[in-house]
Design a protein around this ligand. Structure first.
Ligand code: AMP
Ligand code: MG
Length: 492
């Protein structure tokens, strides 16, 4: 039996969807980490993946039987400007796997060498961005946020030239699919209506099977993407996650978070926060994310126009109506999540000021995003074990007392027992997030000292982001002023 049971549906699409492209071998593959739980869920032979043969396969030195490696083509709006010709420039899709639960997943190698779409780049990835993506994407998964995942990572034994020479690495990434808004834009820009329809059929089959039965499957597909993205972006906002490069080639049709390049979780709350070193205008600041997602979805709607309806005017009307649903859906998802974070059964119009005032105060006092919400969970009920409070790490300033009084009065209007409320709040308010300074520390140890221990330790802490342990306090502590990371960088 093959170690991975591939079934490659995208590679069966016409040849203008991709280029056949094997990964480029590397000098000396070495293991970094294997995601045993994910490998098992995918029915991958775990012993093989952990063996030297598995490491060789992830590094791209040996193509596992049944794989049909391709680099896919797409387009995209990058920082608002349309680029009609992009594609996997440093990644290959090895193939697809049907998981034990019946779902189909892409298995992609990122950092696997040049492709026809490398645009002069080396097709490689330094170790740092691979570790960052591993940490961030797996934590997002633990936090219940739809996301691409990390199956395994390896070092290459080669150096990668960036601002300095860095060790190279490859990430084996898993996604429901890597089909992007930009994939549709590519064919729309070429007026290739046949390809648009083929792609829509493929995506409906794979991600929106319920759309098939309806009167207008393409419209149902668009509505489905709008609603998944509304829910996704709400989850980002509720965790203080800043994506950093919300270009249309970095938004997936399946609704999973992708591209953990210059992203970060916020420490002190600042709605204007930007981390990406290339985002000079603040286009992708925290507060702008919902609006940008809405804009990106309008790009998708635009691309779908030729297959939405034969009558162009009717197509525009249908598209408009579908994307107009985004703000309301986002606000609903956001309000439901905020209710969970604040310990309320629901948030109604009468609560708008309470919520708005909290954000205002958090910004004004630069409160730590994660610990402020977690501290609220402490306050609703005396914990059996007082050391499980985060009070040693965070206390609300006096200026918040009047707000806390209002919040307590509002809690009294709900019937929920305090212990149950606290348990729900703990689930909505993680205590461990991959703070930027911790991620950078793990990357520096791996890059400069060849020490992967810091990375592995952080992975273990982040595996249970909601369960506080006082012995792990250092991982929940905001950065000291000298530890604050002000910028994160694309992995390019
Ligand atoms: P990203 O900013 O990661 O979304 O990448 C944008 C585009 O640039 C994608 O098409 C990537 O495949 C491509 N790209 C990024 N880094 C490299 C690289 N080192 N070599 C070749 N292509 C790259
Ligand atoms: Mg990308």
């Amino acid at each position: 039996m093959n170690p991975i049971a591939f079934d490659n549906s995208y590679a069966r699409l016409p040849e203008r969807f991709y280029a056949r492209q094997a990964p480029e071998p590397v000098a000396a593959p070495g293991p970094i980490r294997v995601n045993e739980e994910l490998a098992t869920a995918l029915g991958i032979d775990l012993d093989w993946l952990k063996s030297a043969a598995g490491t060789e396969a992830v590094a791209g030195n040996a193509t596992p039987p049944g794989a049909d490696p391709i680099a896919t083509v797409y387009a995209g709006h990058q920082f608002g400007g349309f680029n009609p010709q992009l594609g996997d420039g440093r990644a290959v899709l090895l193939g697809e796997i049907i998981a034990r639960d019946g779902h189909r997943f892409d298995l992609q190698l990122k950092g696997s060498g040049p492709t026809p779409w490398s645009r002069g780049g080396d097709g490689r990835s330094p170790l740092g961005p691979v570790l960052r993506e591993y940490l961030l994407s797996e934590t997002m998964y633990r936090l219940g946020v739809p996301t691409t995942r990390a199956l395994a990572a390896v070092t290459t034994g080669d150096v990668v030239a960036r601002e300095r020479f860095l060790p190279g690495a490859v990430l084996a990434r898993v996604a429901s699919s890597h089909i992007r808004i930009g994939t549709f834009q590519y064919y729309a820009a070429r007026k290739d209506v046949e390809a648009l329809q083929l792609l829509a059929d493929h995506v409906i089959e794979r991600h929106y099977p319920d759309a098939r039965a309806g009167e207008n499957p393409v419209l149902a597909l668009l509505e489905g993407v709008v609603s998944r993205q509304a829910s996704l972006i709400a989850q980002w906002q509720l965790l203080g996650f800043i994506h950093g490069v919300m270009n249309t080639d970095n938004m997936l049709i399946c609704g999973e978070t992708i591209d953990y390049g210059p992203c970060a979780f916020m420490d002190a709350f600042n709605p204007d926060q930007v981390y990406s070193s290339i985002d000079h205008g603040g286009r992708y600041a925290y507060r702008s994310q919902p609006g940008i997602a809405h804009w990106n979805l309008s790009c998708l709607a635009q691309a779908l126009l030729p297959i939405l309806d034969d009558d162009p005017e009717r197509a525009v009307a249908l598209a408009q109506k579908a994307i107009d649903a985004f703000p309301g859906q986002f606000l609903d998802a956001n309000a439901q999540g905020m209710a969970r974070k604040l310990g309320l059964e629901a948030i109604g119009e009468q609560d708008a000021a309470l919520v708005e005032d909290l954000w205002q105060l958090m910004a004004e006092h630069g409160l730590d995003f994660t610990l402020a919400f977690r501290r609220l969970a402490d306050l609703v009920h005396e914990r059996d074990e007082p050391s499980l409070n985060v009070s040693a790490l965070f206390e609300f300033p006096d200026a918040l007392q009047p707000w806390l009084e209002r919040w307590r009065a509002r809690l009294d209007q709900d019937a929920q027992p305090a212990a149950a409320r606290q348990a729900l709040m703990d689930r909505a308010n993680p205590v461990f997030i991959p703070r930027n300074h911790l991620v950078e520390e793990a990357i520096a140890a791996a890059t400069d000292e060849k020490d992967l221990g810091v990375f592995h330790r952080l992975m273990e802490v982040l595996a249970s982001p909601h369960a506080y342990r006082p012995d792990l306090a250092v991982f929940a502590t905001p950065p000291q002023p000298e530890q604050v990371v002000r910028q994160t960088f694309c992995g390019t």
